[in-house]
Design a binder for this molecule. Structure first.
Ligand code: SF4
Length: 381
């Protein structure tokens, strides 16, 4: 029996699998390690890749309540009273795992990065997750300090590798992330590999940037599943979203989202998902106000905006505010974000990197930080 006070135990180490856009296997998207012993799906099968000596030792440490360095993002959030992914999943499935191996019957949660193909290059993203970022970085000539350059030009391709979810009979949730998940129909092809009798047990989560209009074929497939939760990734209202989630157009996103919210579909649920960074921390309320306004008369099932903290790149974290001004408490409204900033350890170089990053991007994109986020520009320059 797992001790409830165990701060390292995470059910995802047994029942979760995440496949990166380059085929690398991890327990979840927040697991921060690229250990050379972590295998890629391209070299072996899914469960073999997840039952390596590396993951066995991680599971052993979790059972013994030893700190797992790759889980530092969850620990940091918990320290500041923010619900971590670990806490979220342990609540859903608090299991009594003791075997260091995992099996197809254990797997309840699968997260698939469908590929790097994306029409946007958001400030808070990187080439590993966006083909448009790859093109930008090539023009900028940046170093690893400014952007994570550890990506492979060869994307993992679920289609040509005949990827199937047919063997996972206890699967309860599938999460699709990108790249942009709706940029092609790979997501439907994968859902169609699931036997029809198990579809009704499964919740499907989508993260989309809102730039792609929804097709009837999505709803025709989704109606066979227990629930489909669509999360629109929106980081600002109007021009702030266009600035951060470049080169999106607000009128296109707004029209697509309003279209989705106009028709009731029994098992489809909508929410906004906002990544909180130094770029939007001063105006989070505008996003909530806009969402509340467009969703209040919708016949669809919706819920309030979910705010998640940005950790990478670290210089875009709200923690950098501490270096910019001593009166950040007057600029940031939420107690939980203030506590996070107050207790964060920051590196000297973050300020220099932040300025370099924003200046270079503004120059290349013909954008202006001062025009879009004057509060930040005033304290930064
Ligand atoms: S503790 Fe957090 S980072 Fe570690 S496996 Fe669980 S959810 Fe992922």
């Amino acid at each position: 029996m797992i001790n409830k006070d165990n701060k390292s135990y995470c059910s995802l180490l047994w029942n979760g699998i995440t496949i990166n856009a380059n085929g690398v296997i991890r327990p979840c998207c927040r697991f921060d390690v690229y250990d050379t012993s972590i295998k890629e799906l391209s070299t072996t099968n899914l469960l073999e890749s997840y039952n390596t000596s590396f993951f066995e030792s991680v599971r052993k440490n979790a059972l013994e309540d030893k700190t797992i360095s790759a889980c530092h993002k969850c620990y940091k959030e918990e320290k500041h009273g923010i619900t971590s992914l670990r806490e979220h999943h342990n609540k859903l499935a608090y299991n009594t795992h003791s075997n260091l191996f995992t099996s197809a019957e254990n797997i309840e949660y699968i997260e698939l990065f469908l590929g790097r193909e994306c029409n946007l290059a958001c400030h808070t993203c990187k080439p590993l997750l966006s083909s448009t970022w790859e093109k930008e970085v090539k023009k900028l000539g940046w170093t690893q300090e400014l952007v994570d350059l550890n990506w492979k030009s060869q994307d993992f391709d679920f289609k040509t590798r005949s990827f199937s979810l047919a063997g996972y009979e206890n699967l309860k949730e599938i999460k699709f992330v990108g790249g942009e998940t709706l940029i092609n129909d790979r997501h439907l092809e994968i859902l169609n590999t699931i036997p029809s009798q198990t579809r009704k047990n499964i919740i499907v989560d989508y993260y989309t940037n809102g730039t792609i209009p929804f097709k009837d074929s999505y709803y025709n497939t989704w109606k066979h599943f227990k629930q489909v939760k669509v999360r629109f990734s929106i980081d600002g209202h109007k021009e702030l979203n266009e600035y951060i989630r470049y080169p999106s157009k607000w009128n296109v996103i707004e029209s697509n989202i309003k279209d989705c919210l106009s028709t009731y579909r029994e098992n489809v649920h909508f929410r906004l998902h906002t990544t909180v960074s130094i770029l939007n921390i001063f105006s989070l309320n505008k996003i909530s106000e806009w969402w509340d306004e467009i969703s209040k008369n919708s016949p669809c099932s919706t819920e309030e905006v979910k705010f998640n903290l940005l950790h990478d790149p670290s210089f875009l974290s709200i923690a950098t505010l501490k270096q910019l001004t001593t009166s950040y408490d007057k600029l940031v409204q939420s107690e939980k974000w203030l506590s996070f900033i107050e207790h964060s350890v920051i590196e000297e170089k973050h300020l220099k990197l932040l300025k370099h990053f924003l200046n270079n991007l503004d120059q290349q994109r013909g954008n202006s930080l001062k025009g879009v986020i004057p509060d930040l520009s005033d304290i930064l320059f």
